[in-house]
Design a protein around this ligand. Structure first.
Ligand SMILES: NC(=O)c1ccc[n+]([C@@H]2O[C@H](COP(=O)([O-])OP(=O)(O)OC[C@H]3O[C@@H](n4cnc5c(N)ncnc54)[C@H](OP(=O)(O)O)[C@@H]3O)[C@@H](O)[C@H]2O)c1
Length: 286
């Protein structure tokens, strides 16, 4: 029987672990410290409880390892990856943004475009919606899809994976920037200037994607703005919550990734350059 490890029993990791566990797969949740995590659906009081083991104590080399810490927390888990993997381990990095895999030395590591919506508060994860991981199509990811076919975690294999990555980057870049910088929720989309800024950020992102060989139609701007229009005014984004909670934001992997690409191609991206600089500046400490 395959063994599954989930590093980072947070919003995304707990939902992945829960999906596998409920279908009878052997899953270990690995956190900083031993404890437990409770997973509940929105509007339900019933919770499922899972034991969490300390990553430093676990000695299993897993067949599948899901890494679901935030991009900013990757450094903390790196020392443990050798002992938690064997030569055929398939490692799925479940994070927003892009470029993180460049720091990995595991041969079979793939980054998923994550469509799981949830939030962790203390040791309770509330799962709002979706259980989808999008991955590039290859023999390893096909095997993963087959091996977990009995679970309700959906693995979508894409033959145009880079398009999926860039689509999610475009969705994230505008709304995360404006909510984190204003320290305000999706309410701010009611302001026309904010909607205009979002459109410009997406437009600049389209230009960077094109330079990378990933082409979007102009209509994508309207599509993404329609997604934003569906957000309830009280909804925050991951960067907004990180900012108001005083946590480090995943700027390097979203705005920073786009900014670096823009520099490489010598593009004119004034809105991105501004929000990136302000986001970096907002985290500066003596
Ligand atoms: N939440 C969403 O709706 C959503 C949707 C799409 C994509 N994403 C992306 O998915 C990724 C994970 O986000 P998330 O919302 O699931 O974050 P999260 O709820 O904060 O979960 C991260 C978990 O990792 C744990 N962790 C941190 N450092 C660790 C270490 N050294 N060893 C073991 N565990 C450690 C954290 O533990 P502590 O609690 O002790 O810090 C926490 O339980 C991010 O890249 C995010 O952008 C999230």
């Amino acid at each position: 029987m395959n063994t599954f490890g989930v590093i980072g029993p947070g919003a995304v990791g707990s939902v992945i672990g829960e999906s596998l566990h409920n279908s009878g797969y052997q899953v270990t949740f690995l956190g900083r410290k031993p404890g437990e995590v409770h997973v509940k659906r929105m509007d339900e009081t019933k919770t499922a409880v899972f034991s969490v083991e300390a990553i430093s104590e676990v000695e299993t080399a897993f067949d599948y390892l899901f890494i679901t810490v935030k991009g900013t927390q990757l450094k903390g888990i790196m020392p443990y990856l050798d002992k938690l993997t064997h030569e055929n381990t398939i490692c799925i990095l479940c994070q927003n943004g892009y470029g993180q895999l460049d720091t990995f030395h595991i041969p079979n590591a793939y980054q998923a475009v994550v469509y799981i919506s949830g939030q962790k508060k203390e040791n309770v994860v509330t799962h709002f919606r979706d259980r989808v991981l999008m991955l590039p199509e290859n023999t390893k990811t096909k095997k993963l899809k087959e091996d977990i076919a009995a679970s309700n975690l959906e693995i979508r294999l894409s033959s145009d994976y880079r398009y999926e990555v860039w689509y999610k980057l475009l969705v994230n870049v505008a709304i995360n920037s404006v909510t984190a910088l204003s320290r305000n929720t999706a309410l701010i989309l009611q302001e026309e200037n904010i909607r205009t800024l979002c459109k410009r950020l997406i437009q600049e992102g389209i230009g960077i994607a094109a330079a990378e060989g990933v082409h979007f139609q102009e209509t994508i701007i309207g599509e993404i703005m329609n997604i934003y229009a569906g957000y309830p005014p009280y909804m925050g984004t991951s960067m907004y919550y990180d900012r108001v909670d005083g946590q480090k934001m995943e700027v390097d992997y979203i705005q920073g990734y786009l900014y670096q690409k823009s520099r490489v191609y010598g593009l004119d991206t004034p809105c991105l350059d501004t929000v990136y600089s302000l986001l970096v500046a907002s985290e500066m400490k003596e």
